[in-house]
Write a protein that binds this ligand. Structure first.
Ligand code: SAM
Length: 465
């Protein structure tokens, strides 16, 4: 399988690897690219993704640079007219001019990946079909796109939440994170990328996500996905009820984790198993002398986040955390609001200090205004560029400009060659936040501190000096 396309996609798409087709701005379709094999051999097109906006044979998407625009095949793949279940990205597509088009759902025909590919292969001579002249872009998979396009088996953690969570629990290359439950794998993909540290040097730890899921079907599906996505070496998934079984791996070994994320209905029931010492009343708390193995790294503070939709769950979690010695407990709710930012190019509004009248009443006036603006910019650009050259010759960072306002050299070039890009900046926000996702509870369990640690610290930093 090789290195995961989520972690190191390389410059081009590959066969037997995941790619994301972007059908329109917010519509993504995950596709496992593959050459025609076995029963498909001998067919001209091999495996094909069919959309209302055209047919896209996998063969045209393998080995191309990421980000490539793929034009629909001019060949009838023979599968138009078939119906199948709805998939992410079905709602819209692009016509040949790149405009977003709402699909007629009743007529929708999208075949993904290898889903029943035999019917997606042409059985007769190639025929040109005029209607299929749309295009898609082929993108490398990222956790963000995967989150929006993954097959939902549960509620998932979305990007605004997990980006904040990963930052707060200090997920970084080489870190070991415990996660439960794995659910649909949205958080698992994001955390796998956060901890990935390639080929660690000798003595360095490999970043890992130690994940648990007790629902058997979800566990199996996720295992399969991890393998297809080349993430098995990073995400170590175990089928277990963590309330009962805790977080040790390989028959009682500690994963030595330094961060924990719990997306469970009752996080307080999982917290005792995360203690550094055997907690009072914990299963097997005994006189047997059996040593307690903590799943946490004893030499590092442990950072935790629990994710719960109800405030009652938060209260119970916080209480359990206090009893178990967690400190710095706080709660955050991420209220994400999308902002749409654009330049107002229609009215050709220009900054007044450029000396251009701002209002354009009709198309002709707009065109003549454009010419006027271009001319103004040409006049502005000449001295500016020479100022930038002078400043670079002088060995500074090129930030000085003719107007002394500190625009960078790139901005200088950009505005002088595309004056209309300088229209009024407009930011529109969603009027209100639509959804409550969950409350995030954060806390820290301080590291172990032994007599030896104290002696070593005193030797390094003697008191009174
Ligand atoms: N964080 C996941 C994601 O981003 O895709 C979604 C997690 S989902 C909301 C919660 C998962 O926890 C479910 O799949 C459920 O089966 C699992 N779960 C619930 N109780 C569990 C337990 N005691 N041990 C392990 N997994 C559990």
């Amino acid at each position: 399988q090789g290195i995961s396309p989520f972690l190191e996609p390389g410059p081009r798409t590959k066969a037997n690897s995941l790619a994301i087709l972007q059908l329109s701005r917010d519509n993504f379709l995950p596709v496992h690219l593959q050459h025609a094999t076995g029963e498909h051999d001998g067919y001209a097109e091999g495996v094909v993704v069919n959309t209302r906006f055209g047919s896209f044979p996998h063969s045209t998407m393998i080995g191309v640079p990421w980000g490539s625009q793929i034009r629909a095949s001019k060949v009838d793949t023979g599968s138009r007219g078939r119906k199948r279940k709805r998939l992410p990205g079905d709602d819209a597509g692009r016509d040949e001019n790149g405009n977003e088009v709402e699909a007629d759902v009743a007529e929708l025909e999208i075949e993904t990946e290898s889903a029943e590919p035999t019917t997606d292969t042409p059985s007769g001579p190639k025929q040109a079909i005029a209607a299929s002249s749309g295009f898609v872009h082929v993108l490398p998979p990222t956790p963000e796109i995967w989150t929006t396009s993954l097959p939902h088996r549960t509620q998932v953690v979305y990007t605004p939440d997990y980006s904040y969570i990963l930052h707060r629990i200090r997920a970084r290359p080489g870190a070991v994170i415990i996660e439960a439950g794995a659910g649909s794998g949205s958080f698992s993909h994001a955390s796998a990328r956060a901890v990935y540290n390639g080929y660690p040097k000798e003595g360095e730890r490999k970043g890992k996500v130690i994940s648990f899921e007790y629902h058997e079907e979800r566990y199996k599906k996720m295992k399969q996905e991890l393998s297809q996505h080349g993430l098995e070496g990073i995400v170590h998934l175990t089928h277990r009820d963590v309330y009962k079984g805790g977080f040790l791996i390989n028959d009682g070994e500690s994963p030595e984790a330094e961060a924990v994320f719990l997306d469970l209905p009752a996080p307080w029931d999982a917290l005792p198993a995360l203690s550094r010492r055997r907690p009072e009343g914990a299963e097997g708390a005994d006189e047997s002398g059996k040593p307690w193995v903590s799943p946490l790294n004893s030499k590092k503070n442990a950072y935790i986040c629990t994710f719960s939709p109800c405030i009652e769950q938060v209260t119970k979690t916080v209480s359990a955390m206090r009893r178990l010695g967690w400190v710095d407990i706080d709660m955050v709710e991420i209220a994400n609001r999308k902002l749409h930012t654009a330049r107002d190019r229609v009215g050709l509004n220009m900054p007044q200090d450029r000396g251009v009248n701002n209002s354009a009443r009709d198309v002709e006036e707009a065109i003549s205004k454009l010419a006027e603006i271009e001319e103004k910019f040409r006049q502005h650009a000449r001295p500016s560029r020479s100022a930038a050259n002078t400043s670079s010759k002088n060995g500074d960072d090129g930030k000085a400009t003719s107007n002394g306002k500190g625009a960078s050299r790139e901005e200088e070039t950009f505005t002088s060659s595309r004056p209309w890009a300088d229209g009024r900046l407009i930011v529109r926000g969603e009027p209100e936040i639509k959804t409550h996702t969950s409350y995030l509870v954060f806390a820290i369990l301080p590291r172990e501190w032994s007599e030896e640690d104290e002696a070593a610290a005193l030797a390094k930093y003697p008191l009174g000096q």
